[in-house]
Every structure is written in structure tokens, then in C-alpha cells.
Design a protein. Structure first.
Length: 235
């Protein structure tokens, strides 16, 4: 088939449209050491009066850790990575901030089902303690319509899969669209898996960014600085 294509066409190749992006950063050794020590100390303090987790159990902290002094350097790392992501996307904004930040502890045997993080633009996770058997995260295809027809494939590739498994390690920081469903397989190691999750939203979303992307009654007129939009509602 390849020979037929090459002889009939000057060029033939796929176009990758509407990509779903995940940003990955690895903390420098000294930064990772300090951030992890702060996180583990906080976890120890928060769980001081709680019994150890049993097999199959999990624990999540309150969602205000980004407001605590021990997380100052962690927040700085998140903000730097978010700035890079928004710059790459050419997003015009007046600032973005963490809206929630919490620790996840998964004991051996514990999984975390598929979910997303509503009411935010970006979400992320940082890995404090991972090891073999507890070092992956799954991202699920957001295009639910692709499940209407599922022909067999001769080889599983990034172009035909409905799930991408990303391998992580201690010190890995991932940021991704908040709408992107993700899950965590059961912890198959003998130690706890510890991570920090967070959400990101634009600081001035309701004041500046949530306005309609059109002006007046002419759908051809768009707000300056934004090429995307939709026509006004017609009663």
C-alpha cells in the first residue's frame, strides 16, 4: 500500500489537530529535597493523631496547603511551571493562582478512579514519594465519541489508544487541563505513595475574562485580542 501511495501522491501525511498537552517538569535535586522535606513534615503533623493507613486505604488532607508557609517553595515551583504553560499556549491573562492544594497518600492496594477537576483551567500533581509499582498516572481520551466504533488494532500506538500511561518519579511535577480525566492504578508497592495535587484558575476570570467573545449584535465583530468566539444568542 505504501508503494501505491508514494507513486500517486507527491506527499501524504497526517495532521495532528487539537492536541491535549501535559507539561512535565523535574525539580532540581536541592529543590526537590527541600520541598519533599516540607511536605513530609506537614503530612506527619496532620496525621499525628490518626492511625496508620491499612492496605487499600487512602487519605487526603484539607485543600489549603498552598496558604501555609512550609509550602512556599512548592508554590513557587508550581507558579513557574504554570507561567511556562500559559506562555506556550499564548494565553492572555492578568495572573493565575492556586485555588486548592492537598496531599494524597495511597497505601498499598489503593487506587484512585478516573476523575477531573471542575471549575479550574489547569490542574496538576507533584510526586513526593513514588517507587516501582506506584509510579504511574493514567490520562484518558477526552473524546468520548471515539468509543462509538472500536475496530481492532494491529499495534497499540499513541494515535489509536484511549489511555496514556505516564511514568513518574519522585520530584516529577505534571500540569494538565483541569477537564482531562485521569486515574491512578492500585499501589502495587509495599510503601505509601505520596503526592500533592493542586488546581489553577485565572485571578481575574470573573472580572475580565468571562465576558462574551462578541460585541453588539454583529457576530462578525469579536472582542479585541481574541480570535475565538461564538455568535450572540438568538431568542
Amino acid at each position: 500500500m505504501a508503494g501505491v501511495i508514494s507513486s500517486r501522491f507527491a506527499d501524504s501525511h497526517p495532521l495532528r489537530l487539537f492536541p491535549t498537552l501535559v507539561w512535565r517538569a523535574e525539580l532540581a535535586d536541592d529543590v526537590r529535597t527541600r520541598v519533599n522535606a516540607s511536605v513530609l513534615k506537614t503530612v506527619g503533623e496532620l496525621r499525628r493523631s490518626l492511625p496508620p493507613l491499612e492496605t487499600g486505604q487512602g487519605w487526603q488532607s484539607k485543600q489549603d496547603l498552598h496558604e501555609r508557609e512550609p509550602f512556599t517553595e512548592f508554590v513557587a515551583c508550581v507558579n513557574a511551571t504554570v507561567a511556562e504553560a500559559l506562555d506556550f499556549l499564548r494565553v492572555g491573562h492578568e495572573g493565575a493562582r492556586i485555588t486548592a492544594c492537598w496531599v494524597n497518600v495511597l497505601a498499598p492496594g489503593r487506587a484512585h478512579g478516573a476523575h477531573s477537576h471542575p471549575n479550574n483551567f489547569l490542574s496538576g500533581v507533584y510526586y513526593v514519594q513514588t517507587q516501582e509499582g506506584a509510579d504511574t498516572i493514567n490520562f484518558h481520551d477526552p473524546r468520548i465519541q471515539t468509543g462509538v466504533i472500536r475496530p481492532p488494532v494491529t499495534e497499540l500506538t499513541a494515535e489509536n489508544t484511549d489511555q496514556v500511561v505516564v511514568k513518574v518519579k519522585t520530584g516529577t511535577l505534571l500540569i494538565f487541563p483541569a477537564w482531562l480525566q485521569h486515574s491512578v492504578d492500585a499501589n502495587e508497592s509495599e510503601k505509601e505513595r505520596i503526592s500533592v495535587s493542586f488546581n489553577i484558575m485565572f485571578s481575574s476570570y470573573t472580572e475580565r475574562m468571562s465576558k462574551p467573545l462578541w460585541e453588539g449584535t454583529n457576530p462578525a465583530v469579536r472582542r479585541a485580542g481574541n480570535a475565538r468566539g461564538c455568535p450572540p444568542h438568538q431568542p
